[in-house]
Design a protein around this ligand. Structure first.
Ligand SMILES: N[C@@H](CCC(=O)N[C@@H](CS)C(=O)NCC(=O)O)C(=O)O
Length: 206
């Protein structure tokens, strides 16, 4: 089975891209250039009517949402130990963390970084404050270290990396305030699958 992953280099689809590489899953990638508005072309809307990446085309149909794609990859390539798929409690925690990234951290950071027109003044300060409070939560409560779930790497680590990269690029990942997240990002970027993803998407470690 070969899958096709629709990506936008550097955007949140890097989580699903890393997951396919970690799984050793046969796949190809197709670039949807968000800056050019390619997410709104009829061709892409036929793949994902919501007009967002990632979207993963499988033999059974299209899966959208990083959290769902990661769960599918972990369950499909079980022998690769990508998540605790045989432990209902552990798998629930994996899904809870990914759901938090998707519904809480992503929108908060996205508002700071991608609002058009860019936020200014009080609106910007408030958005930055909210994003930092989400990163505080991850630093103090959600990320055990060195990986999200302690000693065992899971696909959640590649998903968290998306937002750590964005935060560091925006100068928001202060080393004193976020030592655990900084160490996590540095560690994730040493993984072969992450290096490969960066190469394929034309990106650099941050
Ligand atoms: N929760 C979704 C978020 C998907 C999403 O917002 N993707 C962005 C890129 S990070 C996108 O494609 N945006 C389209 C646009 O800006 O029009 C997921 O994790 O898959």
């Amino acid at each position: 089975m070969t899958t096709t992953l629709f990506i936008s280099p550097g955007a949140c689809a890097i989580a699903s891209h890393v997951a396919l590489l970690e799984a050793g899953a046969p796949h190809e990638t197709r670039v949807v250039d968000l800056k050019k508005g390619e997410q709104r072309t009829p061709e892409f809307l036929a793949v994902n009517p919501a007009g967002s990446t990632p979207a993963l085309k499988t033999d059974q149909g299209v899966i959208t949402q990083n959290a769902a794609i990661l769960g599918w990859i972990a369950q499909t390539f079980r022998d690769r130990d990508l998540a605790p798929v045989d432990d209902p409690f552990g798998f629930a925690r994996f899904n809870a963390f990914n759901g938090w990234l998707s519904s809480s951290l992503h929108p908060a950071l996205g508002k700071v970084l991608f609002s058009r027109p860019p936020l200014e003044g009080d609106a910007k300060d408030q958005a930055v404050e909210l994003a930092l409070s989400k990163l505080d939560l991850a630093e103090r409560h959600l990320v055990e270290g060195p990986w999200v779930f302690g000693e065992t790497w899971t696909l959640s680590d590649g998903y968290l990396m998306v937002f750590e990269r964005w935060a560091r690029q925006a100068g928001l990942l202060d080393a004193t305030r976020f030592p655990r997240l900084n160490a996590h990002l540095d560690l994730v970027q040493t993984r072969d699958a992450v290096r490969k993803m960066l190469e394929v998407e034309g990106l650099q470690p941050v």
